[in-house]
Structures are given as structure tokens and as C-alpha cells.
Design a binder for this molecule. Structure first.
Ligand SMILES: *Cc1c(COP(=O)(O)O)cnc(C)c1O
Length: 395
């Protein structure tokens, strides 16, 4: 198979949606992947912050194998046990009371907004509008493209569904000013991953929550990227000292098996049978996988590990900013970190890291992002740092 030119085949067959990196990955184990010619790479992209337990973790593989032999799919007309076991686990370890499962982050975000609008119709005189923050990212459906305040995603697809208003990020007053009688919710990421790992002021989310409580509108937190241990606590909101009314999860939830979820507080859980649904959402295979992942993360205090190793990684990245003028700023939390560069050379650095056996993500023209598996070790970090030093020394 290694004689096949997969990039050429892709260029002929696939819609031109992805700016792909010239690497065909055929196998993964732990923090490593291998390409079609057998070369090994240290994977600090982890499927876009998805492979929480790394690649093909035995706990996940075993759960998938066992469930695949037992029951893969029925339908949501019937009760299935993995779905309810996963629901119980998430409810027990979060501040939310009820859950709905779907298949991706954007679907979970759509569902969360539908629930907020349903709540608005019932309890806020028909309020429907959702306030979102500049440079946010909530996914790629038409409605979430409207919610995602990045013009580059929006222009191409107008007209977009109305009902979203975008305000400046990290500015609670902007949210207060934008709140009108038809506002039903504010939707934010606890820290903005796609925007380049931007952390808000420590009291931003608390101020927003106070405002939402005062107005009776809902706080929706999109933790698709920050949830499930990524930032050093099971959920990012724990560190902000707030409790969302609706919480959106996906990426790391099943460490690579497609699943999304939104959770809601009891008083917000206003859906009635028929209001929302999903064919695949919550199916036994995905839920058994997610249960194994989340249970493993909690039982082994992986968020604690992420906190320790993420702090060390950030310290080391800060050292780079002192050593290399081109490295301007290191930032992030847990194992969601970015290095901001002096110039727009993130593409060049990403490619150079690739050639040295390290996968990283160019998150902005002038910023690279690290989101390694949560099980990353000190040795992995040291190896990544050594490659980064080599690469930065050569640009
Ligand atoms: C990735 C992401 C999404 C979209 O998730 P998909 O599974 O790609 O639909 C939504 N919100 C945030 C914060 C994300 O990082």
C-alpha cells in the first residue's frame, strides 16, 4: 500500500475542504503515530484534542470490542444500558442534571441552542437570541456558523440563520450592553481554543454568570475542546468558579469514537418528547466507548496529571520565549497550549516539526498549538521541547 500516492488520490476524490499536511497516518499507539512508510511521530495534535487517552488505548479498545460483540445500535425508541450508564457518570461528576447525546461538537452546540430557544419560548416571553463572543468557534453547521464570530467562516454562506449577536471577547460589559428583551442565552468557550488558546480575565465568566442570573437568561458553555480533563479539571468551568445552565461536550469524550453531548440543569430541561432527537446519538457503541474513557480519566485522576504536566510544559515553553526572539508568548492551560510567534511562520514551523517527527497544529498564521493526549509523559514533553528547540533555532 505504501506505493500509493494518497495525496494525489485525495486531490482527485475529496471535496477541497482541508488544507492537509503531507502525512498519511496508518497506525497509532499511545502518544505516537506511524505513517505509510513506517516513520514514527510524536503526536501533539491528538486528532484535534480528541485522543484524550492517546491512540488505541487498551481500555478504549477493550470497551469497543466488548460492546461491538454485544450490541452496536438499536434506536432511541428503546432503552439501552451504556447510554444510561454514561449519562449517570456525567451527571454525577458535573453540576448538570440531564444529558442528551449526539455525534459531534457542532450537533451538541445546535442542540444546546435549540434547548435555550425552547426555554426562551416557555419562560422568557419568546426570547430567542444568543450572544456569542468575537473569534469564538462553535462548529460548521449553518446556525453554528452564525454563532461562530469569525467572518472568514460566515461570508461564504450567507444568508445565515438569524438569532445570534457577536460581541467582543473577554468584555462582560459588552454582553450586558448587547442584552435585549429577546436575548435567551449567552454562549461562550471557557477559553478560546480555535482563536489561538486565548484565556479570559479570571473574573470574566463569573461576571457573565452574575449578569445571566440577574436577567434570568442562560449561560451556555461550549466545552467541546476544554472538557474531559483537557485543561486540568474534568470541566473547564470548575476553574472559572461558575456553573453553566447548559454544557456542551464532544472532542475528548470518547477519545476518538464520534460522540457529542449537551447537559442541562433541571430547570432548563424543558424539551418534551418529539422536540429534539437523533438516530445515532447515544448509541451503545459510542456510549460504551465514552464511559470507558471518562471512567478511566476520573479513576486515575488524569486531570491532576494534566495539571502537573501542563504547568511544566508551559514553563518550558516560556523558557523558549526567553531563548528565541521569534517565540513571543506562551499561553494556555493544562494540555491546551499555544506558542505565539513574532512573525507569520506557523506553517513553516509546523512543517519543520513534522520533518523532525513532531506533530503540532498551526492554529493562527503566527501561532502554533499543542494539544497532546492527556496521558503524555515527561519524556514526551522533553522530546517535543528538544525538537522545538532545533526547529526554532533554524528559522
Ligand atoms: C471543535 C469544536 C466544535 C465543533 O466540533 P465538531 O465535532 O467539529 O463539530 C465546537 N466548539 C468548539 C469549542 C470546538 O473546539
Amino acid at each position: 500500500m505504501s506505493q500509493m500516492n494518497w495525496p494525489d488520490i485525495e486531490a482527485q476524490l475529496y471535496l477541497r475542504t482541508f488544507r492537509r499536511i503531507p502525512l498519511t497516518i496508518t497506525r497509532g499507539e499511545g502518544t505516537r503515530v506511524w505513517d505509510d512508510e513506517g516513520r514514527e511521530y510524536l503526536d501533539f495534535v491528538a486528532g484535534w484534542a480528541v485522543n484524550a487517552l492517546g491512540h488505541c488505548h487498551p481500555v478504549l479498545v477493550e470497551a469497543i470490542e466488548r460492546q461491538a460483540r454485544t450490541l452496536i445500535h438499536t434506536s432511541n425508541q428503546f432503552y439501552t444500558i451504556p447510554q444510561l450508564e454514561l449519562a449517570a457518570l456525567l451527571v454525577q461528576h458535573s453540576c448538570l442534571d440531564r444529558v442528551f447525546f449526539c455525534n459531534s461538537g457542532v450537533e451538541a452546540a445546535e442542540g444546546a441552542v435549540k434547548l435555550a430557544r425552547r426555554f426562551g419560548k416557555l419562560h422568557l416571553n419568546g426570547a430567542y437570541e444568543v450572544i456569542t463572543a468575537g473569534d469564538s468557534f462553535h462548529g460548521r453547521t449553518l446556525a453554528m456558523t452564525a454563532a461562530t464570530a469569525q467572518e472568514k467562516y460566515q461570508q461564504l454562506y450567507t444568508p445565515l440563520p438569524p438569532g445570534f449577536v457577536n460581541v467582543e471577547w473577554n468584555n462582560a460589559q459588552a454582553i450586558r450592553d448587547a442584552t435585549v428583551p429577546h436575548t435567551c442565552a449567552v454562549m461562550l468557550e471557557p477559553l478560546q481554543g480555535e482563536a489561538g488558546v486565548r484565556i479570559p480575565d479570571s473574573d470574566y465568566l463569573r461576571q457573565v454568570q452574575e449578569w445571566c442570573d440577574q436577567k434570568g437568561i442562560l449561560l451556555i458553555l461550549d466545552e467541546v475542546q476544554t472538557g474531559i480533563g483537557r485543561t486540568g479539571t474534568l470541566f473547564g468551568y470548575e476553574q472559572a468558579g461558575v456553573e453553566p445552565d447548559i454544557l456542551i461536550l464532544a472532542k475528548g469524550l470518547a477519545s476518538g469514537v464520534p460522540i457529542g453531548a449537551f447537559l442541562a440543569k433541571e430547570h432548563v430541561s424543558v424539551f418534551q418528547p418529539g422536540d429534539h432527537g437523533s438516530t445515532f446519538g447515544g448509541n451503545p457503541l459510542a456510549c460504551a466507548a465514552a464511559f470507558a474513557v471518562v471512567n478511566h480519566i476520573i479513576e486515575n485522576n488524569i486531570p491532576g496529571h494534566v495539571q502537573r504536566i501542563g504547568t511544566r510544559f508551559l514553563d518550558l515553553l516560556n523558557e523558549l520565549t526567553r531563548e528565541f526572539p521569534v517565540a513571543k508568548e506562551a499561553r494556555g492551560r493544562g494540555l491546551l497550549l499555544a506558542l505565539v510567534l513574532e512573525r507569520d511562520i506557523a506553517d513553516e514551523i509546523t512543517l519543520s516539526c513534522l520533518h523532525h517527527g513532531l506533530l503540532i497544529n498551526r492554529v493562527r498564521p503566527n501561532a502554533i498549538r499543542f494539544m497532546p493526549p492527556l496521558i503524555t509523559t515527561d519524556d514526551d514533553i522533553d522530546e517535543a521541547m528538544s525538537i522545538l528547540r532545533t526547529v526554532l533555532a533554524s528559522v
